[in-house]
Design a protein around this ligand. Sequence first.
Ligand code: NDP
Length: 500
Amino acid sequence: MGKDIEPGKDRRPQRATAWEYAPAPESKDIVSIQDRYGLFIGGKFVEPLSGRYFDTIDPSNEEKLAEVADAGPEDVDLAVTAARSAWDSDWAGLPGKDRAKFLYRIARALQERSREFAVLESMDGGKPIKESRDVDVPLAAAHFFYYAGWADKLDYAFPHRSARPLGVAGQIIPWNFPLLMAAWKLAPALATGNTAVLKPAETTPLTALLLAEVIQEVELPPGVVNIVTGAGETGAAVVRHPGVDKIAFTGSTEVGKLIRRAVAGTSKRLTLELGGKAANIVFEDAPLDQAIEGIVNGIYFNQGHVCCAGSRLLVQESVFEPVLEKLKERLQTLRVGDPLDKNTDLGAINSRQQLEKIEELVEAGVEEGAQMYQPECLLPERGFWFRPTLFTGVSQSHRIAREEIFGPVLSILTFRTPEEALEKANNTPYGLSAGVWTEKGSRILWMTERLRAGVIWANTYNRFDPASPFGGYKESGFGREGGLHGLAPYLELVDGGGSR
Ligand code: NDP
């Protein structure tokens, strides 16, 4: 029974009932993690020539999950040699429709084993199971399906030009979407007839290694995909290797710059998908309740470990107070804890190092005079955790308004006019993404034409589709992944030939 509201009293719903949720953990039984993993080279798991291994842990409890090979330059050399010989032997010459069959098989295998992938992703990376289950794994499968569809249509994708694969692609991916980033990299590379050497992030190698099992299962020719685990040095060895024709990198702007310098003067092709500091802009005529959900999804999805996160909220001054009040109320309902619990909204921070970086920037925000708000919530004793956080009183010069925090931390700024919103939104060295919330279609168009960001969402946020290109401007990198645009970086396009 609801409570009667006296006439004249505030009729807005009062703070939501504090629900107690019974634990609803997903079982770990579905995954079987080996004690030790080798490198995946030439279609087989092999011991690293380096002889070194490192531990990968579960960030929600700091327990060791497995030992993983640490590939040295000699291992990277083996992987590149395997990729080259697979390319030379039959892969590049295989008709597109036959390459497509392998991609379809991988996509289907990901769907068939989706629960296993989702649980492993959440264990190794700390993200909530509802995200790995409903976002990461289905989108990874969708990427393979999508690019399978292109494999035999390359002549139609680029009319009047003939499309030829480049050769061996070196692909370096981060820890925030480990399986999904592997799919973003591998699917277009294979569809276009290239072979690949993939370097997963040090803290999240396990789903890439499970993908290697899938690759064996679907009988992809040996050497077409090679997976070299390791730290930054392994990535650097992939970048330096003279046998690599193209580098595709997703990660920090800092490392992106190093890679760009390393390939300068070589014939290697390069695409970089780097950091961001996106503005999520809420106008006074926006549907505020929907916008609140978009803001929450924009910054707290995947603990804010998202390059396109809406980490700078720009709110029109006239609605600042109701937006702030609703946001604070909503933050109190977010559940932080066990990544495997199906009710969890925010899981564990990916690593101690990342937690320290978030803490440092949040401290800087407080020291520089911004006001911090965090809901009351109990955090587990072990593991790496950070409460959903927001800052008001943020000015453009504050570090929390300029630097990528890559954590669940929102900086709120205000504006009065669309011009001011635009000025503030574009006042960043980054240019990956942005969001616009308004009822007016004309204003959406006016803003999107002027925002310097590669991806702009209107009245929604963090929507992804394999058919839609993704990538940045300025220090967020260059090149596009996804869609038709995502094929071009893996192809030599020669005038003449192709379809007319
Ligand atoms: P990095 O850019 O260091 O990591 C991305 C990938 O590059 C990892 O596989 C990493 O290996 C590898 N790598 C590291 N150094 C080199 C190198 N010199 N040459 C080639 N490859 C290299 O990101 P971090 O994990 O250190 O995160 C730092 C910050 O970067 C975060 O706080 C966040 O702000 C940002 N970031 C942005 C991402 C994005 O999608 N835009 C993704 C990840 C981070 P290893 O994991 O072994 O170090």
